[in-house]
Ligand binder design. Structure first.
Ligand SMILES: [Mg+2]
Length: 328
């Protein structure tokens, strides 16, 4: 947090000191944290550093009137979900915050939401930047994983089972309801605004999952990344998709699986294992109190195929949300 820009009558440095100098857990591997030119951090010997950066932009990723405490939570949660998807254990975060004006009430609420989630996962905020402009939040997360134990997208093999955690389409339904000005079913707003990253599950799958990704852009698109990286295809059984009651009701009414297949922001994990490991993974889900469902199987032939409850199969585009659909 070194740029000398003034964000208003209160200096950037005063705001950082007040709201961001002690966010999250205290950690012995943070030799120097917020307040110097750089943070100085110590990676444990033998471990790799897993790094992921995400930006959330007003109007693209959240509504202008979003609750700042929820935004603080979500801006860290999306990064922790990426660490979970590699099997990495979270350690540190940096934050770049662009604000139209230095609203201290807003900043206090944002820092509260960010810090509560950081504390829950032992993460320390170690530095960042604050500038004036249209509201956007960038968070970089750092975690540890033994290089040989990280779970990439590229390890899925034919006949592997495809698993997902939690339920699919809840955040997409919440977004649809909010955009239409409709009332939200109980619990749905939290699924969109306060996703819980599957950190414990991700690290427990080290040595068990052959491939893994987190569901940020929808199952079809994110599973598609695994399929391409692994040079395989998949068949997904639509009747096996885990749905909350409100999403199940919409799928039934619309006769359309688009919500659980292609809506994003669920931050569940999608992973593959060999079929022999099914009982072990099911037991792991129970031990972690994390719902897990087998939703399909990897095939040697490329492409993503869905099987409807009627038995009818359909090839679907293995694509999720794309910010630049016409430009690539
Ligand atoms: Mg991801």
């Amino acid at each position: 947090m070194s740029a000398p820009a003034q964000t208003g009558s209160v200096s950037e440095f005063a705001l950082i000191r007040r709201f961001f100098s002690s966010v999250g857990a205290s950690r012995e591997d943070v030799l120097i944290g917020v307040g110097d030119d750089c943070a100085l951090l110590e990676v444990p010997p033998g471990l790799g550093l897993a790094v992921s950066l995400d930006t959330l932009v007003e109007g693209t990723h959240f509504f202008p009137d979003v609750d700042p405490e929820s935004l603080g939570h979500k801006s860290l949660a999306v990064g922790l979900s990426d660490l979970a998807a590699m099997g990495a254990t979270p350690a540190w975060a940096t934050l770049s915050l662009t604000l139209p004006h230095p609203d201290e009430t807003w900043l206090g609420a944002f820092a509260r939401g960010f810090s509560a989630l950081a504390l829950a996962y032992g993460v320390r905020l170690v530095g960042g930047d604050m500038t004036r402009g249209p509201l956007s939040v960038s968070v970089q997360v750092h975690g540890f994983v033994r290089p040989g134990a990280a779970i990439p997208r590229s390890g899925a093999r034919p006949d592997d089972l495809i698993w997902v955690s939690g339920t699919l389409g809840d955040a997409g339904l919440a977004l649809r309801r909010l955009a239409a000005g409709e009332a939200l079913e109980p619990g749905l707003r939290a699924r969109l605004e306060r996703p819980i990253p599957r950190v414990e599950l991700g690290s427990a799958l080290r040595g068990l999952a052959t491939a893994m990704i987190d569901l940020s852009d929808g199952l079809a698109g994110d599973l598609g990344h695994i399929l391409r990286a692994s040079s395989v295809g998949a068949e997904v059984d639509l009747a096996a998709l885990p749905l909350s009651p409100p999403v199940a009701a919409v799928v039934e009414a619309d006769r359309d699986w688009g919500l659980p297949l292609t809506s994003g922001d669920d931050y569940e994990l999608c992973f593959c294992t060999t079929a022999e490991q099914e009982p072990l993974i099911a037991a792991l889900g129970r031990a972690l109190n994390c719902p897990l469902a087998v939703v399909g199987q990897i095939r040697a032939a490329p492409g993503l195929v869905t099987r409807a409850p009627t038995g009818e199969t359909n090839a679907v585009a293995a694509r999720g949300y794309d910010h630049f659909p016409d430009e690539t």
